[in-house]
Design a protein around this ligand. Structure first.
Ligand SMILES: [Zn+2]
Ligand SMILES: [Zn+2]
Length: 212
């Protein structure tokens, strides 16, 4: 279990062992200790990782941990494939729900985002990192777009006289959707969409271990 770090105020008051020099250019005025291993550090040798001051050694280790958790190109491709499939499936289910019940269920967008993010994460072999975050986000965008489109297309072919009998995949419907897309979004949609993107973005986020 990671031990919580001492509060910053305490950390500053904790001096390094007397006489201990952190580096060749040790600077007494900025002497403090590493947030991870408590080795002495000063402004000349410390590094900042995730907003915390650590020694050069810990910086290397944290970067290695992050790197080891990243997806290989093969895992990334798998994640993209599953992300797209999950996104399209979720979007279609969302639209189906809307069509069956005649309600929008804007909050279901959040679910689409989370499922897209989770599928990307699991398909990559539970890897993390920026690349996967972008894949998760793109999958969420795709899922929401698909969901919105099919809900829109279904409503159009059942309610609009000129569109009656058109296939849901009709290019004319698609062009119409793209043209009116900004107008079919309600302010509430924006909130749900932002939450969906946030969920997708954070699932494969790298979490370096700074405490141990
Ligand atoms: Zn350290
Ligand atoms: Zn130093």
């Amino acid at each position: 279990m990671p031990i919580p770090d001492p509060p910053a105020s305490q950390r500053r008051r904790t001096p390094a062992a007397p006489g201990a020099r952190c580096c060749d250019a040790s600077d007494a005025r900025s002497a403090s200790v590493c947030a991870r291993c408590e080795a002495p550090i000063c402004k000349n040798c410390r590094a900042v990782v995730e907003f915390r001051r650590v020694c050069a050694n810990c910086r290397e280790q944290v970067l290695q941990e992050i790197h080891a958790g990243e997806a290989t190109p093969a895992q990334l491709n798998l994640a993209i494939g599953f992300g797209v499939v999950a996104a399209v499936t979720c979007g279609a289910l969302w639209a189906l729900l809307a069509a069956q019940t005649d309600r929008e269920f804007g909050f279901a967008a959040v679910g689409v985002g989370y499922v897209a993010g989770a599928c990307v994460f699991i398909a990559s072999g539970r890897k993390r990192g920026r690349n996967l975050q972008w894949v998760a986000l793109a999958s969420a965008v795709l899922g929401l777009f698909v969901g919105k489109y099919f809900a829109f297309a279904h409503a159009a072919v059942t309610r609009v006289e000129e569109a009656r009998g058109l296939s849901l995949f009709d290019p004319r419907l698609m062009r119409f959707f793209v043209a009116v897309f900004p107008e079919v979004l309600s302010p509430f949609d924006f909130v749900w969409v932002l939450l969906a993107f946030r969920g997708a973005w954070r699932i494969p986020e790298a979490k370096p271990v700074l405490t141990r």
